[in-house]
Design a protein around this ligand. Structure first.
Ligand code: PLP
Length: 443
């Protein structure tokens, strides 16, 4: 069978698909077409890829995805917090098409594009740092690499500090900061030397600034050797952990006391997902740099390093990228920012509160669920253990709901920011049903 969209009835239009509030599973999953794709994929792709369940995507609209067998899913992971404006948002698609017709690519590091300048202006203005400037890259890890380079260049200090459980990327510099799973590092030898880690909020008695001051600065590195502290304002891959009030502000104070730069890695938490443009705004903390990616261009590869104006003063040739700030991706990002600022960030706050309330109510009578937390549409909850979290993730998939695990034993809810309360209610009912099924299997 060819890997085209199967299904017997008339396909829904994009608008109709986006309006669906419930999944529709009509084959076993994976279905026959999906199985043929998976079989080909497994023969020719890098075995390093971690496919969590056998979803083979054909198309999407809003917060709804269809697989190649015509099964319909509610997308509550958005390709890991990426499709901010949802799948196939008409305004984003139109912006992409118009820019593609004008110019697909012409290296933005060497020449000028109106959309590159406009997007950098918009991102710089959106950030809380005074006089910010922006560098555009292709992926989160590249934005983090740029931040690492700028921090060292500006301070002329060698060391950096990040947090256990953090995820900052997989290239060798960002991998030195990543510490969410040992498998990401093992087998690759030495990552960038001079990278130290402290416990994130709730990860022990002494965490954050206090740990850095009392342990790292005493035993591992003098503060005068530290260029930057990298922190996710809400830890993503590590478990969707929201630090308590004041925790980030203490890091800011520590950095100020020692001339260290504070980098907020907002690749997952940024661009409206938490109900504000940047998650660090919830705590009133102004970092020195922000890294962004994922949702920025609603699915096209684009990332950004936004830095204080007086900090981003490296000279020509110090950093650049062939594809970074590709004009089509910039056009998608400008359309995404319009939507986020106009309506999606507010929608994330509103629907996020609705989901949080629903999950809290569910946790009152479902003993498998505890620790419901989150901001906007960055929501996590704990299951009793790792295997149970994976079993619930799979049970949701079989019922037509796409969610992902994170941390040791958590599930994250990170739908496109266009999701509505009807879709959220269906998702909550599926989570409840999936937990029931998993609990029954455990009994
Ligand atoms: N930083 C954070 C906080 C992330 O969540 C991720 C990806 O999950 C990255 C950096 C790396 O982004 P990318 O996979 O686009 O390189």
């Amino acid at each position: 069978m060819s890997a085209s969209l199967a299904g017997t009835d008339t396909p829904l239009s994009t608008a109709e698909l986006a309006g669906q509030t419930a999944p529709r599973i009509t084959t076993e999953v994976p279905g026959p077409v999906a199985r043929s794709v998976i079989e080909r994929d497994e023969r020719f792709t890098s075995p390093s890829l971690t496919r969590v369940y056998p979803l083979v995507v054909a198309r999407g609209a809003g917060a709804v995805l269809e697989d190649v067998d015509g099964n319909r899913f509610l997308d509550f992971n958005a390709g890991i917090a990426v499709n901010a404006a949802g799948h196939a948002h008409p305004a984003v698609t139109e912006a992409i098409t118009a820019q593609a017709e004008r110019c697909l690519h012409y290296c933005s590091s060497d020449f000028y594009h109106p959309v590159y300048a406009e997007l950098c202006e918009r991102l710089s203005a959106s950030a809380p740092m005074p006089g910010a400037r922006t560098f555009l890259a292709n992926s989160g890890t590249e934005a983090v690499e740029a931040a690492l380079k700028l921090a060292r260049y500006h301070t002329r200090r060698p060391n950096v500090i990040a947090f256990y459980g953090g995820f900052h990327g997989r290239s060798l510099g960002s991998l030195s900061l990543t510490s969410s799973k040992a498998k990401y590092r093992s087998g690759f030898g030495i990552v960038t030397p001079g990278s130290y880690h402290a416990p994130y909020a709730y990860d022990g008695e002494v965490t954050g600034a206090e740990y850095i001051e009392t342990v790292l600065f005493q035993r591992m590195t003098e503060p005068s050797d530290v260029a930057a502290v990298f922190v996710e304002p809400i830890q993503g891959e590590g478990g969707y952990i929201v630090p308590p009030a004041g925790w980030l502000a203490e890091l800011r104070a520590l950095c100020d006391a020692h001339g260290i730069l504070l980098v907020a890695d907002e690749v997952q938490s940024g661009v409206g997902r938490t109900g504000r443009m940047w998650a660090c705004e919830h705590d009133g903390v102004v970092p020195d740099m922000i890294t962004a990616g994922k949702g920025l261009a609603s699915g096209l590869p684009l990332a950004a390093l936004i830095a204080r104006g007086d900090l981003m003063q490296w000279t020509a040739g110090k950093h650049g990228s062939t594809f970074g700030g590709n004009p089509v991706a910039c056009a998608a990002a400008l359309a995404t920012l319009d939507l986020v600022e106009r309506e999606l960030s507010a929608n994330a706050a509103r629907v996020g509160d609705h989901i949080l309330a629903g999950l809290r109510a569910l946790s009152d009578h479902q003993p498998l669920i505890s620790g419901v937390r989150g901001r906007g549409l960055m929501i996590g909850f704990d299951l009793t253990d790792h295997d149970t979290a994976e079993a619930v993730e799979q049970a949701c998939f079989e019922r037509g709901l796409l969610v992902l695990t994170c941390g040791q034993r958590s599930i994250r809810i990170a739908p496109p920011l266009v999701v509505n309360t009807d879709q959220a209610d269906t998702a909550l009912a599926i989570v409840a049903d999936a937990c029931e099924a998993v609990a029954a299997g455990l009994r």
